[in-house]
Write a protein that binds this ligand. Sequence first.
Ligand code: PEP
Ligand code: MN
Length: 267
Amino acid sequence: LANLKFHPEPTKVKLGNCEVGGKQLIIMAGPCAIESRDQLLESADAVKMGGATVLRGGAYKPRTSPYSFQGLEEEGLKYMQEAREKTGLSIVCEVTSISAVETASKYVDILQIGARNMQNFELLKAAGKTNIPVLLKRGLSATIDEWLNAAEYIMSEGNQNVILCERGIRTFETATRNTLDISAIPVIKSKSHLPIIVDPSHACGKRPYIPSLAKAAIAAGADGLMIEVHPNPKIALSDGPQSLDPQDFKVLMDELRPIAEAMGRTI
Ligand code: PEP
Ligand code: MN
């Protein structure tokens, strides 16, 4: 179902106010984790001002350590819903369990399956049984073929609205958190009709490198970006070192526009 051979037209995934895979590049931005109502609403205003169309924010956080902040769960989803009502942004939230799929389905415009769950087949099937668009992140060590098979799990349950997200893969390099696989963009475009966006934040893990990766992704033909933005990255409960502040985000968005235009796209 994900194969370009049997579906030669690029898929456009419709969201409330836009579509992913069309002429307009879709920028999803917001904090790693929803920390409080104020923090989320402030983030939503900031990313809206910068020109984002989708607000991201984690309510269920798959943290490496069980002692790290795990997320506000349904309370966080309610803040996301409020942010959508206030700003008109669509909202995307990661789901880490089948029960989270059930709960989040009542609130979000996009269900996100994180890198750590890319091959959680029961979770993929549960997301596939909804009709909500699914943002499927590439697994930390997944090949492109494994990633497309994960998309197939969702689609074979009936949900064709899958957006792929390259977020960096594990390599021997330690200077960055992961290594952004830019080649994934043309490779996916040659194999699949599904739209692909890039997450430079998780790919490099360090704020100063994010603009370069974001620009490279758009120049390589990505259909959008996911960027972590926090009103005050220094006090973020997760991923502060890779979060842009509102000012940096706005500067980056302004720098991306001419590159998008050169690619025949808009932001
Ligand atoms: C996230 O987007 O918050 C996240 C945890 O990303 P990834 O699954 O790519 O690590
Ligand atoms: Mn994060």
